[in-house]
Design a protein around this ligand. Structure first.
Ligand code: ATP
Ligand code: MG
Length: 461
């Protein structure tokens, strides 16, 4: 992180809340959407907000600058929120620029006619940008009453402090006002950011119960930033791990996938196990040696979803490993294609030990499989955590390279040739084609005439 930028700040002064405007009610519509609350906003009495001046420049792309200008010129506030503010303060690259405002979704729409209202019921408008990204402009809101461990039943438009307090972790609850170059901190997130602490906003138990996906977000953020998890948040995480079962498996999978594809899969796995999340979602990961994840961390090549789950399931074992893999893949809602790839990878891993005994045609056929590059990658990380013997891997890697660099050879004998010789399709037909291919791969027969002669001699009666 960029601690200098954080340390440079003077001790923040305490100020009273800043929201002056009377909050407006959300008017969501549609059956599955949250229903508007009829209650008036409870006045903010919780903690005092701080305004913290920031010296360093917030890097803003032109589209974000323009959107902020449009909102402020129309008399609305426009703050950067969430991940962008956190990553800016940490000195990390900013992924997306989300804005929060006191303009209602309809007011946002009138300023930005191209805004998409998919999240309008929650006060979120998305504005497509020329570079393909979306700028999110969300109306300050508070969430009322969660019912399904994930979604609020209703939302109520509110002020920035309420909007900060509905967020998950203090370091994600900071607002940056580009006009005055100050951070609005209603949740003591700035101090936590400096102390590298991940802390739930408010009562950790209540916040995790509202939305159990936060359990996984906590793991992801703490690993990604090297933050320690504040004690009461950690206790609550352990307590609420089981509620992740109530969240859609796809969302859970996406979070776990991000962690396994990220730069510190090993730490993520340790934490997932420690908090009792791994045992619910991917228990077999506990059998994988920690050295495997350490080897993954050293390997800079990108990891596909199938690859990371093949690693996680590489020690699945048992009487019916295939069934176990299928079960795990289904629980995590992997796609059919990903599931097949995981099976290919895990299923083929034991074959490396036989590589030097295989006949050439079998080897060449094997290295031509589309999964083979990932299989080499998997073998490399598994071996590094074991006996470290990469001989078979290197040998096969060379064969794979030869296969990739040589144009595919045309078959010396094909189906029409066999039909011309009086054969008809069936098991023997396939067998002959296979044999002829083996002989061709092994360069025992080099010409078409030679191949046809061989067929006549060995198969025609
Ligand atoms: P990332 O860099 O991974 O995108 P992020 O913090 O920006 O991290 P987002 O999922 O993009 O995460 O969400 C943006 C902000 O919305 C968060 O910083 C947080 O303030 C709030 N938020 C997102 N998901 C939740 C949630 N499940 N519960 C409460 N607040 C959330
Ligand atoms: Mg984000």
């Amino acid at each position: 992180m960029g601690p200098s930028s954080l340390r440079k700040q003077k001790r923040p002064k305490k100020e009273k809340g800043v929201s002056k405007k009377k909050p407006k009610e959300a008017k969501p519509s549609g059956a599955s959407k949250p229903t508007p609350s009829s209650k008036a906003r409870t006045p903010s009495t919780v903690s005092l907000s701080k305004w913290i001046p920031i010296e360093k420049n917030f890097p803003l792309p032109a589209y974000a600058k323009e959107a902020i200008a449009s909102l402020t010129e129309a008399g609305f506030s426009a703050y950067l929120v969430g991940g962008a503010v956190r990553d800016f303060l940490l000195g990390l690259p900013i992924k997306d620029y989300d804005l929060a405002t006191d303009a209602t979704p309809d007011e946002v729409l009138s300023l930005f006619p191209s805004a998409l209202g998919v999240g309008k019921a929650f006060g979120v408008m998305k504005i497509p940008q020329e570079n393909g990204t979306m700028l999110e402009i969300a109306t300050f809101r508070e969430d009322a009453e969660y019912t399904d461990y994930r979604h609020p039943k209703s939302v109520r438009f509110a002020g920035p402090e309420e909007d900060a307090r509905r967020r998950d972790f203090t370091v994600n609850g900071l607002f940056y006002d580009p006009k005055t170059r100050r951070i609005l901190d209603a949740v003591d997130g700035f101090a936590d950011l400096q102390a590298k602490k991940l802390r739930a906003i408010g009562d950790a138990n209540a916040r995790l119960k509202e939305d159990a996906l936060r359990v996984l977000r906590a793991v992801r953020f703490s690993v990604r930033f090297g933050f320690t998890i504040e004690e009461s948040t950690r206790v609550a995480l352990r307590e609420h791990a089981r509620f992740t079962r109530k969240v859609s498996a796809e969302r859970v999978r996406d979070e776990i996938t991000l962690m396994l594809k990220g730069p510190q899969p090993g730490e993520a796995v340790v934490l997932l196990r420690e908090l009792g999340i791994a045992s619910l979602w991917i228990p077999d990961i506990a059998k994988v040696k920690s050295g495997v994840f350490a080897a993954m961390e050293r390997d800079p090549s990108p990891r596909s979803t199938a690859f990371v789950y093949a690693v996680a399931l590489s020690e699945v074992g048992g009487e019916e490993p295939e069934k176990a893999i299928q079960g795990a893949a289904d629980r995590l809602r992997l796609s059919g294609e990903e599931k097949r790839r995981v099976m290919d990878l895990v299923g083929n891993l034991p074959k490396f030990k036989d590589a030097f005994q295989m006949r050439e045609a079998t080897l060449m056929r094997w290295v031509s499989e589309p999964y083979f590059d990932e299989l080499l990658q998997l073998h490399a990380v598994v071996v590094q955590a074991g006996d470290g013997n990469l001989m078979a891997g290197r040998f096969l890697e060379k064969l794979r390279q030869d296969f990739l660099s040589s144009p595919p050879a045309e078959r010396l004998v094909n189906g029409s040739d066999l039909i011309a010789l009086g054969f008809s399709p069936g098991p023997q037909f396939t067998d002959i084609l296979h044999t002829m291919e083996d002989l061709q791969i092994e360069k025992k027969i080099l010409t078409k005439d030679g191949a046809l002669e061989y067929v006549v001699k060995h198969f025609v009666r």
